[in-house]
Design a protein around this ligand. Structure first.
Ligand SMILES: Nc1ncnc2c1ncn2[C@@H]1O[C@H](COP(=O)(O)OP(=O)(O)OP(=O)(O)O)[C@@H](O)[C@H]1O
Length: 325
């Protein structure tokens, strides 16, 4: 469905001086500097996949998405998406794709979403029957029957985001790009939006998602692509990514006596919550759970304890750090 081969993007920017002397010098001669935002990316995405595109700030995610949506021309490489070269056949291509940007609205501030939907009907040339059926279905799924008739400016962020999704899905796109789709939403609104995305994905709509919200990733993604410095660091299933932590677990415990800062091999202090309460990371390949528990109980007296797998956040932190050196 999407085939990306050796995709690269280099931005040329003017270098600015730091000192007044340098700034004056650059008024006469402005030296150029090149920034490689995307560096030789190759991957394929099949129909019906739900892929999270992750990476630290400045990793090259937005630049990649802009090339995949056809907004930006690459410096090198090829993309075939739904049979189109996005930046060359943009007019035809945008009829097949949808996009929701958490930080950018596609609705019009002073008019109700229902009117904006009708404008999209005209833009995409959607036949009456198809439009009415799709709208009824989406309104029902997202429960925005009354909301969509109020001017957009009067809507809460959660209500507006639901309408943004309707706007993006009305022409029944096969492929949808989501950029931070749940940013700023409360827990209930996030869950509603995630539920909607999942139900569309069950109907074989392909989603490519970029987010810094790892809960979005845990709740939605099946495949995770991590990029840093414009290159793919990891391309794996969500469970495969979790397994990378393998034998590491998070232990939270309250003891009768304070645990000192110096810890045996295989243990790492994550957080000291109180004088007698702390969170540790244990690598069970180095230190097995059984001797760790009996040893700690004998020495410090365990009052309370919980052990759980490290969250995806820990994997990501490790990956970002490793790929930055
Ligand atoms: N229009 C531009 N001109 C020059 N440099 C740019 C431009 N857009 C992005 N960059 C640079 O390219 C690199 C990648 O930026 P990009 O916006 O793709 O990262 P990102 O992964 O989306 O980051 P974030 O998570 O912060 O949105 C950064 O170093 C950025 O400064």
């Amino acid at each position: 469905m999407i085939e990306v081969k050796h995709l690269s993007k280099t931005y040329s920017i003017y270098e600015r001086g730091h000192t007044l002397r340098e700034v004056i010098k650059t008024l006469v001669h402005r030296p150029m500097k090149e920034i490689t935002a995307v560096d030789d990316l190759s991957f394929t995405i099949e129909q019906g996949e739900m892929v999270a595109f992750l990476g630290p700030n400045g990793a090259g995610k937005s630049t990649t998405l802009k090339m995949l949506t056809g907004v930006l021309h690459p410096s090198a490489g090829e993309v075939s998406s739904l049979g189109y070269t996005p930046w060359k056949q943009r007019r035809e291509y945008v009829r097949k794709i949808g996009a929701v940007f958490g930080q950018k609205s596609q609705l019009i501030w002073d008019i109700p979403p229902s009117d904006a939907f009708y404008m999209n009907k005209a833009i995409y040339d959607i036949p009456d029957k198809e439009y009415n059926e799709t709208l009824d279905e989406l309104v029902d799924l997202l429960k925005v029957g009354d909301v969509m008739r109020k001017p957009t400016r009067q809507l809460s962020l959660g209500e507006r985001m639901k309408c943004e999704f309707i706007m993006a899905m009305l022409h029944r796109p096969e492929l949808v790009f989501l950029d931070e789709p749940t940013i700023g939403l409360d827990m209930i609104a996030k869950e509603n939006i995630r539920h909607f995305i999942r139900s569309m994905n069950q109907r074989k709509v392909t989603f490519i998602l970029t987010t810094h919200d790892l809960e979005d990733v845990e709740m939605l993604a099946e495949r995770v692509m991590v990029i840093n410095h414009g290159q793919i660091v990891v391309d794996d299933s969500l469970s495969g990514l979790r397994n990378r932590l393998g034998s590491k677990k998070k232990v939270r415990m309250t003891t009768e006596q304070a645990v000192p800062a110096m810890l045996p091999n295989g243990l790492r202090l994550l957080e000291r919550i109180g004088p007698l309460e702390l969170e540790l990371e244990i690598d069970t390949d180095v230190l097995a759970l059984k001797p760790f528990i009996s040893n700690f109980n004998e020495t410090y007296g365990i009052i309370d304890m919980s052990i759980e797998a490290l969250p995806i956040e820990a994997v990501m932190k490790q990956l970002y750090v490793e790929s930055s050196v």
